[in-house]
Structure formats: C-alpha cells, structure tokens
Ligand binder design. Structure first.
Ligand SMILES: Cc1cc2nc3c(=O)[nH]c(=O)nc-3n(C[C@H](O)[C@H](O)[C@H](O)COP(=O)(O)OP(=O)(O)OC[C@H]3O[C@@H](n4cnc5c(N)ncnc54)[C@H](O)[C@@H]3O)c2cc1C
Length: 477
C-alpha cells in the first residue's frame, strides 16, 4: 500500500500512517471516549489536493472520512482502517471590505478561535460557537449556535459562498445565485451537517460590526433551579435580540476552580452597554436573586468575549452528549424531572446546558435553509462527561441518553451538530431511521433529493448520513 500512498504524496499531500511517529497525535480527536485507527491520515493544503485525495479513495474503493476541527460528538470524522481526508491545514483568511458589505474568506481548516482572532483584529464580529478549538467547517454545515445567534443568526446564516469538492471531484464555488443543482447544494450545505454532500474547502462569511459588547454572569443555589428556569424560559427567547443567554444546571455541590459554588449559572452576551443590560436583567434578578445579589457585568472587546465564553470549554476528555430543541416552554412536571436527573447524575462533570433562541435565529423560515428547527425557543444539551473510567463512562452515557428520553415528550427534534448514534434504530435501513426526522424535520425529502442528484453512488456514506432516494428495479432513480 505504501506505493499507493505515494500517489498522494506526489501531489504534495502529507500522509501519516501507522508506522509514523506522529500517528498517535495525528489520529486523536477531541472526544477520548473513542479510539479509532485509520489506515492513514491525508493532510491536504488546498482544494486540488482534497480533490486528489477524494479521487484516490474512489479509484481504490477505499472507505474515507472528512475531518476538520476533530470535535464530532460521535467521532464521525474518524474511522478504523480507511483514509481520513483532513482539511485542517487549509488556513487562509482574508477580509474583503466592499460597498455591499464586509466579508471574510475562511479556509475550511480554521478553528473558531483562529477566526475570532483574525476577525476581531479587523474590527468585526462573527457569530459562531463558544469552544475555541471547534472547527468552523463542522459548525457551519450543521448550524453554528453561539452567543451572537439572537443578533446575527446561526453561523450558516452568514455564509455567502462555499468552495466545495463535489463527490465527482470537481471543485465549485456555490452561492444562492448558482444554477441548479449548485444552488440546491448551497441550500443543503447550510444545515445538512458535515460530510454528506462533498468536502468544503473554503467559506465566505458576512461580517458584522457592533458599537459595544457586555457580558454578564449570575449564579444561584442548586435548589433555586426551578425558579430560575421558570423565569428564564418565558423571558430569554423573547427579550431584546441583542442579548443571547445560556443557562447551565450542574450536580449539587459543584464548585469552580476557586471553590465557589457553580450549580446553577447563566451567562450572556449583549450588544450594548452594561446599563442597558442591567435594565433587561433587572426583573429576573428581582424575581430570583442570584447568589451575590447582583450579576457580574463587564464591557469587553469581541475577542475578550470569546475568551470569556471559552472558559467554559475544556481539554479533550471522554463524553456522551445529546440534545433536543424545546418549542414550547417546559411544564412544571418536566422541571421536576430535570431536578431528579441532576440529583442522580453519576459524575460531577454531567450537566444540563441551554441556550436561548428567537430573534435573528428565528427570522428565516424552516425551509429557507436546511436547518429546520427555527421555531424552537431554546436548545437543551444533556452532557454526560467523566474522567477516564470505563464503568463510570457507561453510566454517564446512559444518563445522558436517559435524560433525553425522559424529556422527549416535551421536546422536538435535535441538532445535527449534537450528533447522537443512539438515535438510530438498530437493523433499520437508513431511509426509515428516526434520526432523519429528528435532525431535519420537514426538510428530509429535499435533502434526499439533492443527495440523489449530487451523490447518486452514495460516496459520502457514514453512520447517520443522509441516504439517497431508492433506485427503481431497473436501477434508475
Ligand atoms: C467542546 C465542544 C463544544 C461545542 N460547542 C458548540 C457551540 O458552541 N455551538 C455549536 O453550534 N456547536 C458546538 N459544538 C458542536 C460542533 O458544532 C460539532 O461537533 C461540529 O460538527 C464540529 O466540527 P469540527 O470541524 O470541529 O469536527 P470534525 O469532527 O472534524 O467534523 C464534524 C463533522 O463534519 C464533517 N466535516 C468536517 N470538515 C468537513 C469539511 N470540510 N467538509 C465536509 N464535511 C466536513 C466530518 O466528516 C464530521 O462528520 C461543540 C462541540 C464540542 C465537542
């Protein structure tokens, strides 16, 4: 096989195989629950190399996966034995300021913190997620939920064009004005989830400017959760769209690194002054007074805000996380279920995390992009995390999945970027799988039609991928 790899090396691709010293580092992803051993990892540096790597797998009928930031919850960007087409070296970044608006061309290998650094150095803000090391590629194809979602929408709402290596190996730039099928492909890539329709090599994003930014943080005691939640869920998705809030519920007696309680806490990002933010928070603070009596509030630069929210991120560790969208405020009995679940959390690293929607998140209709769940009021994430210990790990994983099931009657669908293999029914063919409806709601059929058109041979196939439509008995579609 080594001579076969040389076909990739001949076009400048760095190939790391099991016999290379750097293989261990090169293969590792963020979720250390998994340990997969690909035959090789092909580190590509431009779109042409990505296309060559894809064509190589097709010619050799070799299974492959695409990888960028390595943060797939179920490690779907890795596999045993196949080839990993890694785009993390595609790091170009350029701002274009035009009369029509300001744009950034971003290589598909950029991590969120790298984009944040560049963007803020140029005086702009960029709506994406909070964890610094997550790849923009995976985030943007599935959605991109973050602390500017209510002001500027999802990351994918800010995509102006996408450079894509198609399943055929052709390199194309897609926009909303491209002819069909590229126009449809552009629609599908904004919400369809990574790895279904080709390999993204670059994005152009719309950038924004803001006058000033303020962050807040509040903490409450464990037993105040229901009161906090009651207020938050009827307020946060409807308040001023310049404010996006997250709310986290952690097991009893959880302390921060300074030994202070952090069981129920909320943070948020506001486009505006501390005084204006204080006015928005006042009724909440009066209804359920936080631990220190008043929120911590601080005016920050955009880059500082990304560091503030990055503080809630951590180093690679094992976890099983799943999620759900909440369309209607949760009734009292479900809040008691939540407390019961946290009372029985098997590890201190387990948590319930939520983020408010509405505002710009809800402006597009569910069918405007492939991201369907626009009318959800907020999202929930059931985080099962642990220090390395297999038995505890199994308990935490079951806890997270059980949490989701316990609230299933009050929630609807889930976020494809919180990909969860337990949402597949063993033995069922893909077309009948419940995950399709959960991730894509009413957009499933259109996604499958586009898949059929652009990837009829189902080259981009992985657990929970979007299946093409079935063939007729004569093989046609
Ligand atoms: C710690 C942590 C924090 C997170 N925080 C947020 C958050 O704040 N907001 C949010 O919205 N999400 C968040 N997520 C979820 C995140 O959006 C997804 O895990 C996302 O898929 C990660 O993308 P990646 O490029 O880092 O991962 P990868 O594992 O590299 O890829 C993820 C998927 O996309 C595919 N893919 C990657 N690159 C490409 C490409 N160039 N072309 C085609 N397909 C590709 C892969 O094959 C895989 O299926 C978080 C995840 C983690 C682990």
């Amino acid at each position: 096989m080594s001579s076969a790899w040389s076909q990739l090396e001949d076009v400048g691709i760095t190939v790391v195989t099991k016999s290379d010293a750097e293989y261990g580092k090169a293969r590792r992803n963020y979720n250390t629950r998994f340990s997969r051993y690909p035959a090789a990892i092909a580190f590509c540096e431009n779109a042409e190399q990505v296309s060559a790597a894809l064509m190589f797998t097709r010619k050799n009928q070799m299974p492959f996966r695409v990888r960028s930031g390595r943060h797939s919850y179920e490690e779907l960007s890795l596999m045993d034995d196949g080839l990993i087409i890694d785009v993390s070296k595609l790091k170009q970044f350029k701002v274009n300021q035009t009369e029509q608006g300001n744009y950034a061309v971003v290589g598909a290998g950029m991590r969120q913190d790298e984009v944040y650094q560049h963007v803020s150095a140029e005086g702009f803000v960029f709506p994406a997620g909070t964890a610094p090391s997550v790849g923009v590629s995976g985030v943007a194809q599935g959605g991109g939920i973050g602390m500017l979602s209510r002001a500027f929408g999802l990351t994918l709402d800010n995509i102006v064009s996408i450079q894509l290596v198609k399943p055929s190996g052709a390199i194309a730039v897609l926009t909303a004005d491209s002819p069909v099928p590229d126009k449809e492909l552009f629609w599908a890539l904004r919400g369809g989830g990574g790895g279904n329709f080709g390999i993204v090599t670059a994005y152009t994003f719309k950038l924004h400017q803001v006058p000033e930014l303020t962050v807040y943080e509040m903490r409450w005691k464990y037993d105040q959760f229901i009161d906090v939640m009651r207020y938050w869920q009827q307020w946060a998705p409807d308040t001023d769209r310049n404010l996006t809030c997250q709310l986290t519920f952690e097991p009893r007696d959880t302390l921060d690194e300074n030994g202070k309680p952090r069981e129920v806490h909320s943070e948020g990002l506001f486009i505006g002054s501390p005084e204006a933010l204080a006015n928005l928070l006042e009724p909440w603070v009066e209804t359920v007074p936080p631990l220190d009596g008043y929120p911590l509030m601080e005016r920050k630069s955009f880059h500082e805000t990304t560091e503030f929210f990055a503080a809630f991120d951590s180093a690679p560790h094992p976890f099983k996380t799943t999620g759900a969208f909440v369309y209607d405020n949760l009734p009292e009995e479900s809040l008691k279920t939540i407390v019961d679940r946290l009372d029985n959390a098997p590890s201190k690293q387990c948590a319930l995390w939520m983020q408010s929607f509405g505002g710009a998140f809800a402006d597009p209709a569910p069918e405007d992009t492939a991201f369907f769940h626009r009318k959800a009021r907020f999202i929930q994430e059931y985080v099962g995390a642990w220090t390395p210990d297999t038995l505890l790990g199994m308990k935490c994983a079951r806890w997270a999945e059980g949490f989701r099931s316990a609230l299933a009657e009050y929630t609807r669908g889930t976020y494809v970027n919180f990909i969860d293999l337990s949402l597949s029914t063993p033995g069922k063919e893909k077309a009948q799988q419940p995950y399709l409806e959960l991730y894509y709601g009413g957009n499933v059929q259109r996604l499958r039609e586009i898949k059929t058109q652009v990837d009829p041979d189902n080259v981009f196939d992985f657990p929970q991928s979007i299946p093409p439509l079935p063939r007729e008995p004569d093989g046609s579609r």
